[in-house]
Design a protein around this ligand. Structure first.
Ligand code: ASP
Length: 322
């Protein structure tokens, strides 16, 4: 039997519903700990609680602490399952995917309905995750997100619905596998990716989203504060309103890396249009183009990349492959 470390961080999967008020709250004792004996059917599972936080309270420092815990236990287990709130689950998953250098399975899961709600997906998703973490085919696949009978890569998965249990999707490429009652089916192999081994997170990176009529005001304000990097979610193939160009030029002159992603949920940014603020114009100015990441994930990657370098050319290279 495989030896799996189960690490709880909080989120709905660790909460209960108050039957009188309907409010969902954090409990003192993890509600799934009572079900640990069910998990033993699938693997030799040991459990740790690292945090009891709703995931909107999770920061990159928490992600780093979690990664360090997994690294410190790496030799003692065959795989790892992390339970996490669904709101920022994809950011933690991607952070760990970039940071951890291991072939061992690392699975992140959560739940849309707390443990005592009707139709709860908490225990079900946890069992599915233990099954995936114990499977040979999950080796060397990077950090995986297991929810609702699907297996997704950390780089591609995103929460798409506020409340539906089928919320996690990979809009670009779909899930890499599915889970049925008696089997797991993997149908994609993950490409090797560059790792970002970090021991601290010290940089400040902001994320802004473009909208019709956006002007340079917010960029001017940001320029006056000390930030280390900026991610902008542009329109379509990677275009911005023309009025944001002068402050963006100033930032680049100040050696602040600006990373461009699209606010579309599918596709990649590319330097197509040469008008003011068009992708070609932005690329010529020195803006860094990504290859399909969402804004929050590009921000995670820039945070980690900046711990290694702030050389704009090197950052351009790092973002060519996601
Ligand atoms: N707000 C909750 C959280 O992210 C939602 C969830 O866990 O599903 O902690």
């Amino acid at each position: 039997m495989k030896k799996i470390l189960l690490i709880h961080t909080g989120g709905t999967i660790s909460m209960l519903e108050n039957k009188e008020t309907g409010e969902v709250y954090t409990t003192n004792k993890h509600p799934l700990s009572e079900a640990t004996y069910i998990l033993q059917e699938f693997a030799d599972v040991e459990e740790k609680i690292i945090f009891s936080l709703p995931s909107p309270h999770i920061t990159p420092d928490h992600m780093l602490e979690l990664g360090k815990l997994i690294n410190s236990e790496m030799d003692n287990y065959d795989g790892f399952v992390v339970t996490h709130g669904t709101d920022t689950l994809e950011e933690t998953a991607y952070f760990l995917d970039l940071m951890l250098v291991t072939k061992k399975p690392v699975i992140i899961t959560g739940a849309m309905r707390s443990s005592n709600e009707i139709g709860s997906d908490a225990l079900y998703n946890l069992i599915s995750s233990i099954r995936v973490a114990s499977d040979e085919r999950a080796i060397e696949q990077g950090v995986l997100v297991v929810m609702n009978d699907e297996i997704h890569t950390a780089a591609n998965v995103t929460k798409t619905s506020t409340s539906n249990v089928a919320t996690f999707k990979s809009p670009q490429y779909g899930p890499i596998g599915i889970i049925t009652k008696d089997s797991l089916l993997f149908h994609h192999q993950i490409l090797k990716r560059k790792k970002y081994v970090v021991s601290s997170i010290t940089k400040k990176v902001l994320l802004l989203r473009a909208f019709a009529g956006m002007d340079g005001e917010i960029f001017e304000a940001i320029n006056e504060r000390s930030i280390d990097g900026l991610v902008v979610e542009g329109f379509g193939q990677g275009n911005l309103p023309k009025d944001v160009i002068p402050p963006l030029k100033k930032m680049i002159a100040n050696n602040i890396p600006i990373v461009l992603v699209s606010r579309c949920f599918q596709g990649i940014v590319q330097p197509t249009y040469s008008y003011d603020g068009g992708g070609k114009h932005l690329k010529d100015m020195g803006i860094i183009f990504t290859n399909g990441l969402t804004g929050p994930k590009a921000r995670i990657k820039l945070l980690l990349a900046l711990e290694q370098t702030n050389d704009l050319q090197k950052l351009h290279m790092m973002f060519q492959i996601d």
